[in-house]
Every structure is written in structure tokens, then in C-alpha cells.
Design a protein around this ligand. Structure first.
Ligand code: CA
Ligand code: CA
Length: 642
């Protein structure tokens, strides 16, 4: 929550409290000069849950500009695309050229591998094509922009005339968002005796082998992966690892990321978060949100899962969401690797959602640049269809790895790195997966049950999984079959009675008493039925989420407050939230009369036949933004029996 210090109170409020003009003049002198829009700073937020993310390796997507492909060191470029360790020529112009292809597929947010300037050398026969060996966090990789273009963010801040700026413009023109992939843990490895040479817009500021100012840790490689101290302080694959205790380093990395945000980046994907202490991340996300409150951030905690206390703590307390490796592993096991338990493995992950404060904001995926592609494990395109339908409709924000829609996979060495990063070869807009992504991405934006709602298991065997997503009056029913054709006697859908048309197949289904009787599921069949209720409308929408309250069936969490939207403390007019899971209640609250004003509120537990249980605290206070989206992320303060 936010408490507004007196220096940030609006002039109007101050005038009420200090009618004497001379007093006000005195106060005016003492108030700090600022040109920051404070209301924006304290209340606006981004909503990312209706997005469909597409993750691409810039070098391997499309070469839109052959002139930049040789780069500063032509030896690192293989025009034939045969040497997997070298650059193949993809660039930001190539991404721009394919934006309509992506937009038409339903992609709304683009995650690109890091765009920072990289070391221009080979390390173990590998160039930094992935973008995780940074030389200068304040410069754009010259291989990705126009030949001879100025790579300095500082020097192009005014003109904003780089290909990167054009990419941002072209994305935003299409209502698409840009996710910048960032690394804070390390710079670069030892290539030809040089390691960790780091630059600040072209000026050398650190060197692992001559580390006078202690920018790096010098503890060698991680030996014991169970030892938290080692995982945080030692090296990962020989990468020079930053010393986060050095405030100059922290200032540098935060300044660099803010420069990119100032150029129009909408979200951050953060690499190797497990390898730095949580206090660093809390400071980092705190500073970033002060600079840009409406940025979405998610981190890569390798093989995070809901049974791992440390990755759960990170997801809940770091200020950012995380990539859902737990679900990824379960989906691959159940659908690509034929695990005996099948869908039970997936349900086991969803059963643990209560451990997260915000499971609906986890970023879900079935493969990425660090593991064999789904189809390298199982080439059956119909099984891929089942997996895609699952992550496009289950809780979380789906992220599709580039080329999935073209069945792109190279199975050399089991499809392991680097063979999971082939060049895109075709741009067919008629593939089945392309079409399914297009339809389900549209559904994600249309039906809030999918982006924000609860998830209810309705039918579960190793081979068949039916579930319902629900939010207020909106419902989505999903049926998936990893096995052969089967008929279910009846299955609950929570849909209104009547005829419903499947979003994926256009087949029609009759719902009676909320159920479908004699439901035929094809081999590797997918059914998605949707019903969209009234959407919440208001000048400002507050998305209120409260964690940590235990409720019984029939009980409801609601919000009461001092404004008409929250019932003016009249408990009978409290605004009800929706049950998401046993740790989370959530709801969108429209604000019109109180938009732009300071309000106070608290949560209340409404119980049948008993008096309401109010939170035991003085009310929370908040300045409601005058328009847009706001999020409250609160924890229930233990109720007190009146
Ligand atoms: Ca190129
Ligand atoms: Ca570290």
C-alpha cells in the first residue's frame, strides 16, 4: 500500500488545511521541486495477464538487413547458417518485417533475447548469439541495428532514430508490447584471456582480471548446487559474476535498464534470478517501479516449482513474477514423454497454486532456448496441439517459443542446445497451430475467466483432462485428450444451458443442467467452449487481490471503504471479490466518482448467519489514479470478532 507523505499531497488538499496564504507560501518553498506526475507514480499499473507472449532468438528469426550481418568481427558470422556457434544474421529489421505475421497469429507481446552489446569473440567455439555475454549494458548490439548506426543509448536518446526505436514504434502501432531480456548476475566469460571486461557507454569501467574496485566476486565455479551461498556468489559456466554489494555496480545496472525503459520497453524478463540474493531484487524492482510503475517483470528461476520453498519465496517477495518451470516440466512429461500418470502430473502443479500470491501472473511455456523443443521429445503435431491448447487456456500468461507454429525443430543430439535454436524457415499462416494460437489468443483477450479467473478440475484421468476457468459470469470450459478417441458419459461445464461452439474446431455442443452428456473427444482432441459475461467498466479499474485469508464454502471476501464505490462503510454495500484459490481472492472494482481521489478501505469476510469479520487494522489508504489500471496486492490482516 502507499501512504502519501505531506510533501506529495495535492495543492488543493493543502489549501484546505492551510488557509493562510503566507503559511502556504512558506510551505511552497519547502516542498521539493519535482516534475514527476506523482499520481501516476504511485498508482498506475500494467495488466499483463491477457497477453500472449512470443519468445524469439533475434539472430535466428529473420535477417531483415544483410548489411549488418558481418558485424564488428566478420569471423563470427556464418552466412550459410551451418555453424551453430556463430551468428546467422537475424536482426531487429527482421523482427519488424515479420510483425504482421506475428500480430495476425495473435501475439501481443514480444520477448527478444538480450539486445545489449556483446563480446565479439568465441568462447568454447561459441559466439554470444544468445545475448547473455554482455560487454556494455548501455549500448545496442550493432549486429541487430543498421550498419554504421550509433549503438549508444545515451547519444541517441534525443533523436530516437535507431532500428530499435523503429521496432518499438511499429510494435506499439500494432498494440503489441516489447519485453526486454536482461541479465544482472554476470557480464561475460574468459575469451582469449579476457574476462568480465565491462563498459559504460563505451568507457571501460570494470575488468575481472584487474578488479580494483571489486565489481566482481572471485570465488570460482559453483561446486555444490545445494549450497545457497555458492549458488549466489560463485560462477556459473565461467561467467564473470557481479558483486552486488558494490553500490557502483548496482547504480550502473539500474541506470542502464532505466535507459531502455525510457525508450519504450513495456516489460522485463530477468535472467538467472536464482544467482543473486533476494534483497538485491527487491531493491532493483522497487527502483524500477519508482521509475516506471507500469512495467511487468518476470524472472527466470531455473527449474522453479511450487514444491521448492526458495523459488516460491522469490515469486512472492521479489517484486516480480516468474517463469513457471514446474508446469513446463509436468506438461512435457505428461504430453511429450508419455508419463504414466499423464494429466495427474499437471493437476499436481495446479493443486499447489495456493502457494503463490499471484498464480495467474506466472509465465507458462512448454519449451525454451535452454531445453529441447517439445517436438524434439515428441514429433506428433497433434500432441503439440493438446499442449498449446492447455497453456493458452490454463492459469498464467502463455509464452510461445519461436517457430512452434511452424513445427520447427532440429533433433540433432536430442534437440539439446544449440539445436533448439534453428533458423526460422517458413512463415506459413495456414498451419493448424498458427490458427489455434490466433483463435485462443483472441479468446484470452475477450474472456476474463481465462486471463484472471479460478481454475476447477472437472474430469481427470491420465489421458483426459477437463477443467473450467471462471470469473464472475464469465466461464471457459476446456477438454483435452492425450489418448485415443473416447466418450465421457457426462461432464460438468459450469456453462449456461444451450448450444456452444468450440473455439478450436467449430463443433457444436449442447449444455443441459450445466453438463455435456455423451461428450465425444477425438484422438488427441481439444475442445474449448467460452461464455463471456458483462465486463467491468469504469474510469479507473482497481484490480484488488488479497492473499492469506482462509474461507469456508459459502463465505465471501469483500472490500469496504469510505467512498461510494466501496459502500461508504455500509457493510451491506461492500464490493464482493472472487475466489481464485485457497490463498487468493481477486476482483476488478470500477471507480468513477472517486477516480483521482484519496480513499481508504479494508477487507471484510462475509459469513452466513454470523456477523462479518473485518480486518483488524486502521484502513489502508490509496490515491486512485484518475484513469487506467491500478493493482492492490494486499495480505489479509487477521480479522477480529466484534
Ligand atoms: Ca542481418
Ligand atoms: Ca551471483
Amino acid at each position: 500500500m502507499v501512504q502519501t507523505p505531506p510533501s506529495q499531497a495535492s495543492k488543493e488538499q493543502y489549501q484546505v488545511e492551510n488557509p493562510a496564504a503566507e503559511v502556504e507560501a512558506l510551505v511552497e518553498v519547502q516542498r521539493p521541486e519535482t516534475d514527476v506526475d506523482l499520481e501516476f507514480l504511485y498508482t498506475r499499473d500494467i495488466e499483463f495477464r491477457q497477453e500472449t507472449i512470443y519468445f524469439l532468438v533475434v539472430d535466428r528469426f529473420f535477417d531483415g538487413d544483410p548489411n549488418n550481418s558481418e558485424g564488428p568481427n566478420p569471423e563470427l558470422y556464418d552466412p550459410q547458417g551451418q555453424d551453430w556457434g556463430k551468428y546467422w544474421g537475424g536482426d531487429l529489421q527482421g523482427v519488424i518485417d515479420k510483425l504482421d505475421y506475428l500480430k495476425n497469429m495473435g501475439v501481443t507481446a514480444l520477448w527478444l533475447t538480450p539486445l545489449f552489446e556483446q563480446v565479439e569473440a568465441l568462447f568454447v567455439e561459441q559466439a554470444a548469439i544468445h545475448g547473455y555475454w554482455t560487454k556494455d549494458f548501455k549500448r545496442i548490439n550493432p549486429r541487430f541495428i543498421g550498419e554504421g548506426e550509433n549503438p549508444s543509448l545515451n547519444q541517441t536518446q534525443e533523436t530516437r532514430n535507431t532500428v530499435f526505436d523503429r521496432l518499438v514504434d511499429e510494435l506499439h502501432k500494432r498494440n503489441m508490447k516489447l519485453i526486454l531480456d536482461i541479465v544482472c548476475n554476470h557480464s561475460n566469460p574468459d575469451f582469449s584471456g579476457r574476462k568480465g571486461e565491462l563498459y559504460d557507454d563505451g568507457v571501460k569501467i570494470a575488468d575481472f582480471n584487474d578488479d580494483k574496485n571489486h565489481w566482481y566476486h572471485h570465488y570460482g565455479e559453483v561446486q555444490d548446487w545445494e549450497d545457497e551461498w555458492q549458488v549466489q556468489n560463485c560462477e556459473l559456466a565461467g561467467l564473470a559474476t557481479f558483486n552486488e554489494n558494490n553500490n557502483d555496480y548496482r547504480q550502473y545496472i539500474k541506470d542502464a535498464i532505466k535507459q531502455w525503459l525510457d525508450r519504450g520497453v513495456d516489460a522485463l524478463r530477468v535472467d538467472t534470478v536464482k544467482h543473486m540474493p533476494i534483497w538485491f531484487w527487491q531493491e532493483f524492482t522497487g527502483d524500477i517501479y519508482l521509475h516506471r510503475p507500469d512495467v511487468f517483470i518476470f524472472g527466470e528461476w531455473i527449474y522453479s516449482n511450487p514444491f521448492d520453498d526458495r523459488s516460491v519465496e522469490f515469486a512472492n517477495e521479489s517484486g516480480m513474477s516468474i517463469l513457471d518451470f514446474g508446469l513446463c516440466v509436468a506438461v512435457r512429461s505428461a504430453l511429450a514423454q508419455g508419463a504414466e500418470d499423464g494429466f495427474h502430473e499437471i493437476q499436481k502443479i495446479f493443486d499447489m497454486d495456493y502457494r503463490y500470491k499471484s498464480s495467474t501472473e506466472l509465465v507458462t511455456f512448454i519449451d525454451n532456448h535452454d531445453m529441447p523443443r517439445f517436438q524434439s521429445l515428441n514429433p506428433d503435431p497433434e500432441m503439440l496441439r493438446v499442449a498449446i491448447a492447455l497453456i493458452m487456456t490454463c492459469r498464467g500468461i502463455p509464452c510461445i517459443y519461436y517457430g512452434t507454429e511452424q513445427y520447427l525443430h532440429d533433433d540433432t543430439n536430442g534437440g539439446n542446445d544449440p539445436y533448439n535454436r534453428p533458423m526460422m524457415q517458413q512463415w506459413d499462416t495456414e498451419t493448424e497451430i498458427y490458427g489455434i494460437l490466433r483463435r485462443l489468443s483472441g479468446l484470452r483477450r475477450l474472456n476474463p475467466a481465462i486471463s484472471m479467473g479460478s481454475q476447477w478440475q472437472k474430469y481427470l484421468t491420465p489421458d483426459v483432462y477437463c477443467y473450467v476457468r471462471r470469473y464472475r459470469e464469465s466461464v471457459c470450459f476446456v477438454a483435452l485428450n492425450r489418448g485415443e478417441a473416447v466418450t465421457l458419459n457426462d461432464v460438468e461445464t459450469d456453462l449456461p444451458d444451450g448450444e456452444h461452439t468450440c473455439i478450436v474446431t467449430h463443433n457444436k455442443y449442447e449444455v443441459k443442467d450445466g453438463k455435456i452428456y455423451e461428450l465425444n473427444l477425438d484422438t488427441r482432441g481439444v475442445i474449448v467452449l467460452s461464455h463471456v459475461g458483462d465486463r467491468i467498466k469504469g474510469q479507473t479499474i482497481v484490480r484488488a487481490q488479497v492473499n492469506g485469508v482462509q474461507t469456508q464454502p459459502g463465505e465471501t471476501i469483500a472490500v469496504i471503504g469510505d467512498c461510494p464505490e466501496l459502500g461508504n462503510w455500509d457493510i451491506s454495500k461492500a464490493y464482493p471479490l472472487e475466489y481464485i484459490n485457497s490463498n487468493t481472492w481477486f476482483g476488478e472494482i470500477p471507480f468513477n466518482e472517486s477516480a483521482g481521489k484519496l480513499i481508504s478501505y479494508k477487507y471484510v469476510l462475509l459469513r452466513h448467519g454470523q456477523s462479518p469479520l473485518r480486518e483488524n487494522l486502521t484502513p489502508r489508504r490509496w490515491v486512485i489514479a484518475s484513469e487506467g489500471t491500478v493493482k492492490w496486492r494486499d495480505t489479509w490482516a487477521t480479522g477480529r470478532e466484534s
